[in-house]
Design a binder for this molecule. Structure first.
Ligand code: FMN
Length: 355
């Protein structure tokens, strides 16, 4: 099946079917400490941050999702209009289709007709490890005048897709390509991004040459569930069912990565409320990324995207009010407790660092 058709199928499945993990992000096992005396005027609360050289009104980016088929134009346009209105950031989906077929590049570049804000490009690690290099990165950056590039790692998605690329062996080549790109073209930030199964601390040690890690842990969109709805034969269905809950929950992945990596961490994967965003930041993230709820809104119109994002910002501000944080720096330093299954993960994986 060609890439355009596959992307269309993904969007259709995400719009109409239940494709989220049953298991939780475990952000519910993080409790921020309520302050009975807030000592903050709600009107003074600032959610502003600086990220990748741009000022954002809140620590929220729309995670990269689409591009590469005609219908993606409208979706990316609606997201771009909303982030311009609210002064947030966005990613585009994998630009592979746009590089392979120039006619499709407009399905990504359309975002620049509507926003000057933070826009993050997107390429697959597996394609760079295989036969792509600096030139393809430069084409992708130019396509959307990218402020930063996300390189996605998606081994689960590749192994379960009939069309998947499964050779992730040449990891060391990536460091060389990115270092050379920065030297020979431009020094923009590179983000290592997962797609919903999270990174471990072992991964983060390997990813230290990246400027940021977008952890995209489990608890939101499950790619095995999306692919499950695409396959026809029963043998593959069974495999996909068995892997549909696979992955590191978002809260765990944040703590694992933060335990060994001290640059920018984006807390994402199943982030669904302003309280979730506040928790990601309290755990040490610089901002959060959100995909599926924005896609659903963008399939309607830009106003719907604005509404979803505004709700998230309002909930974040209310949370900050209730814990007595006037700005994002104070939120980052707010106390919290860790309980339940998250505490169990920490006691086995990060003992001495958090307990
Ligand atoms: C329809 C759809 C397409 C996606 N395409 C890409 C992609 O091309 N590149 C990428 O890095 N992530 C892609 N993602 C993954 C998201 O960026 C995100 O990691 C994942 O959906 C988990 O976030 P969520 O739980 O908020 O949806 C896609 C997600 C969706 C829903």
């Amino acid at each position: 099946m060609d890439i355009e058709m596959r992307k269309l199928e993904h969007i259709f499945i995400c719009e109409y079917c239940d494709i989220e993990y049953k298991k939780s992000t475990l952000l519910n096992d993080v409790e921020l400490i309520h302050r009975g005396i807030s000592k903050v005027d709600y009107e003074d609360i600032s959610t502003e941050i600086n990220l990748f050289g741009k000022k954002l009104s809140a620590p929220i980016i729309v995670s990269g999702m689409t591009g590469g088929f005609e219908g993606a134009k409208e979706i990316n346009k609606n997201i771009a209009i909303a982030i311009e209105e609210l002064n947030l950031g966005m990613g585009v989906g994998s630009q592979r289709a746009g590089l392979k077929n120039e006619k499709l590049s407009e399905t990504y570049s359309i975002v620049r007709k509507y926003t000057d804000n933070l826009v993050i490009g997107n390429l697959g690690a597996v394609n760079l490890m295989d036969n792509w290099g600096e030139e393809e990165i430069e084409k992708a950056v130019n396509m959307i005048d990218a402020d930063a590039m996300a390189i996605h790692f998606n081994p689960l998605q590749e192994i379960i897709q009939p069309e998947g690329d499964v050779n992730f062996k040449n990891f060391d080549k990536l460091k060389e390509i990115i270092t050379n790109y920065k030297k020979n073209y431009r020094d923009i930030p590179f983000i290592a991004k997962q797609v919903g199964e999270g990174f471990s601390k072992e991964d983060a040690i390997n990813l230290k040459f990246f400027d940021a890690i977008d952890i995209q842990g489990s608890g939101g969109t499950s790619w095995a569930k999306v692919e499950l709805l695409r396959v026809k034969d029963n043998k593959n269905k069974k495999i996909l069912e068995n892997f549909s809950e696979w992955g590191i929950p978002t809260a765990v992945s944040i703590l694992e990565v933060k335990s060994v990596y001290d640059k920018i961490v984006i807390g994402s994967g199943g982030v669904r409320s302003g309280i979730d965003i506040a928790k990601c930041i309290a755990l040490g993230c610089s901002c959060s990324g959100i995909a599926l709820p924005i896609l659903k809104a963008a399939l309607k119109n830009a106003n719907e995207v604005v509404k979803v994002l505004e709700n998230l910002i309002n909930e974040l501000k209310i949370t900050m009010f209730l814990i007595g944080a006037e700005n994002i720096e104070q939120l980052r330093n707010t106390p919290y407790i860790i309980k339940g299954e998250l505490k169990n993960w920490i006691s086995q994986r990060l003992k001495g660092e958090f307990l």
